[in-house]
Design a protein around this ligand. Structure first.
Ligand code: TPP
Ligand code: SF4
Length: 299
């Protein structure tokens, strides 16, 4: 049997207020296991602003600064520079924000922080919609998905714009570390965060975090759906270290995208033709990623 390399330490206490089966909650637990106690978080408006509970109760064992929705990048820049001025350069400074707060409203603050080169972690937990306010579409919502702002109807609406690739936007900032991870692969997730910890400068990590409430599936399927996202190539796991790509999980025989889509109510309406259209997009994205890996590893 493969040896588990998941640290035993826990920095989350029981009693959080997330929905049953919340992927974003599992994501935080693993992130803190990888980073350890010497960590300060900044969280904007999002589900995770509610999940820790109401003062004086708290789930998190590390300090946390709440911020406005759009400013996570600016908040962690300030915390970092203040700590440096106090000589506390060894503290991990982490922005932990949803996809709405990252791909959309917080993108300029994140871009500024990345461009200025602060020694920070920015973690986007990607549940692919604005969940906290009632499942509205974000730039990171995938093609074909139902949300409350992309409902169905006679004219078959849903969301048909492609998912915005925030990881690639961050690669374009030439920061030293970018990675994608998901909760079904905890060893991969923890290894990447530990690797990032060794690198000075801005680090960006996108965690696909299935959400039973918004994706419309039974809470016991969170890990299975997270694994299928990787096994179908819907959400490839890779890292980009100083511009060099490395795909960390390569499915030998990728499963058809239908297996991933059919488990989730948000895709229930899709016709076979629409599923085929999504499959084509997934295949194209995968080929593109393989090409990037090949090109950036050539001497
Ligand atoms: C400027 C501003 N606009 C809107 C809101 C309302 N609001 C609070 S949380 C939220 C959704 C956050 O979505 P996301 O970042 O994807 O995180 P999730 O809720 O999915 O965890 C919104 C729209 C706000 N707090 N501030
Ligand atoms: S709505 Fe989704 S992301 Fe938010 S707490 Fe519930 S399961 Fe987690």
């Amino acid at each position: 049997m493969r040896k588990l390399t998941i640290p035993e330490e826990e920095y989350m206490l029981p009693g959080h207020t997330a929905c049953l089966g919340c992927g974003a909650t599992i994501a935080m637990r693993y992130v803190l296991k990888a980073l350890g106690k010497n960590t300060i978080l900044s969280i904007p408006a999002c589900c995770w602003a509610v999940i820790p509970g109401v003062y004086p109760r708290r789930t998190l064992q590390v300090p946390l600064l709440y911020t406005a929705f759009e400013v996570t990048g600016a908040a962690i820049s300030g915390i970092r520079e203040a700590l440096n001025a106090m000589g506390k350069e060894d503290v991990n400074v982490v922005g932990f924000a949803g996809d709405g707060g990252t791909a959309d409203i917080g993108l300029q603050a994140l871009s500024g922080a990345a461009e200025r080169g602060h020694n920070i972690f920015y973690i986007m937990y990607d549940n692919e919609a604005y969940m906290n306010t009632g499942i509205q579409r974000s730039g990171s919502t995938p093609m074909g998905a139902w949300t409350t702002t992309t409902p169905g109807g006679k004219r078959r609406m849903y969301k048909w714009e492609p998912k915005k690739s925030v990881a690639e936007i961050m690669v374009a900032h030439h920061i030293p570390y970018v990675a994608t991870v998901t909760i079904a692969y905890p060893e991969d997730l923890i290894a990447k965060i530990k690797r990032a910890k060794e690198i000075k400068g801005p680090k960006f990590i996108q965690i696909l975090s299935p959400c039973p409430t918004g994706w419309r599936y039974s809470p016991d399927k969170t890990v299975e759906i997270s694994r299928l996202a990787v096994q179908t190539n819907m959400f490839p796991l890779y890292e980009v270290v100083k511009g060099t790509y490395r795909i960390t999980v390569k499915p030998k025989n990728p499963k058809p995208i239908k297996e991933y889509l059919r488990l989730q109510g948000r895709f229930r309406h899709l016709t076979d033709e629409e599923i085929e259209r999504i499959q084509k997009q997934v295949d194209e994205n995968w080929k593109e990623l393989l090409k990037k890996e090949k090109c950036t590893n050539e001497e």
